[in-house]
Design a binder for this molecule. Structure first.
Ligand code: AP5
Length: 222
């Protein structure tokens, strides 16, 4: 692995990549707390635009309800507005295509920054289908639950996302394999990829991520 020795926990930009429902959102809080990065989920930004009924939200809904990706230029300009020179970022659900990854490299170059590490959460398609059909979300807080493994507290108002309906899930997986999975090789070739087993229980996935990130940052430690 190509270790950049200047990286520290306080100076690191991270990408979470993996199929829809692999647990990117679920793992975000722990990484944010451990490494002090700002979470940036393009899916959450788009859902917020939909809730506010903006023009972007109306456009986004047409793509999201079908499980299709929005055009790269729309996503890149939305992300650009969120980036600052100072704040380190944890990207969740972005980039989604090689063009977005290259666009991010260009944006970061202007800010004299770079992506330091990419965490791939590996989960097979069959498990994804089960997870997404059992997922429920709190539309107000953004909290995500699983009816069996991480049930919502009693009385909490939760909904099923439009794109978690069975016919949409299959399309999202196809889109992932065709358009997003090539990013794994893209970042592997740059020596920035670490992979974890996303089929383990939520806490164990979290432990794997934290320990592999620590290992990445401190390669000399046993
Ligand atoms: P987005 O919101 O990014 O959705 P996604 O990538 O499809 O990912 P999800 O949010 O569905 O899943 P997740 O990996 O966060 O899993 P979670 O933690 O919730 O994108 C939605 C749409 O927006 C896209 O389809 C596209 O239209 C558009 N879009 C967004 N970004 C875009 C971009 N960059 N370019 C173009 N278009 C874009 O977990 C899932 C479930 O599993 C939960 O119920 C959870 O409790 C459970 N779970 C998690 N981990 C475990 C575990 N280890 N064991 C058991 N259950 C678990």
């Amino acid at each position: 692995m190509n270790i950049n020795k200047d990286i520290s926990g306080e100076n690191m930009n991270i990408i979470l990549v993996g199929p829809p429902g692999c647990g990117k959102g679920t793992q975000t809080d722990a990484i944010v707390q451990r490494f002090g990065v700002k979470p940036l989920s393009t899916g959450n930004l788009l859902r917020s635009e939909i809730q506010q009924q903006t023009q972007l939200g109306k456009t986004a809904k047409q793509y999201m309800d079908k499980g299709e990706l929005l055009p790269d230029n729309i996503i890149l300009s939305m992300v650009e507005q969120e980036l600052t020179e100072q704040q380190n970022v944890l990207f969740d659900g972005f980039p989604r295509t090689i063009a977005q990854a290259q666009g991010l490299d260009n944006l970061f170059e202007k800010l004299q920054r770079q992506i330091d590490v990419v965490i791939e959460i590996q989960v097979p398609d069959q498990v994804i289908i089960e997870r997404l059909s059992q997922r429920r979300v709190n539309i107000q807080t953004g909290a995500t639950y699983h009816l069996t493994y991480n049930p919502p507290p009693e009385g909490e108002q939760v909904i099923q996302r439009e794109d978690d309906m069975p016919h949409v899930i299959a399309g999202r997986l196809t889109v992932y394999h065709q358009q997003t999975a090539p990013l794994i090789t893209y970042y592997q070739q740059q020596g920035k990829l670490i992979s974890v087993d996303g089929q383990a229980p939520i806490e164990q996935v979290c432990e794997q991520i934290i320990s592999k990130l620590d290992e990445f940052l401190n390669p000399q430690n046993p």
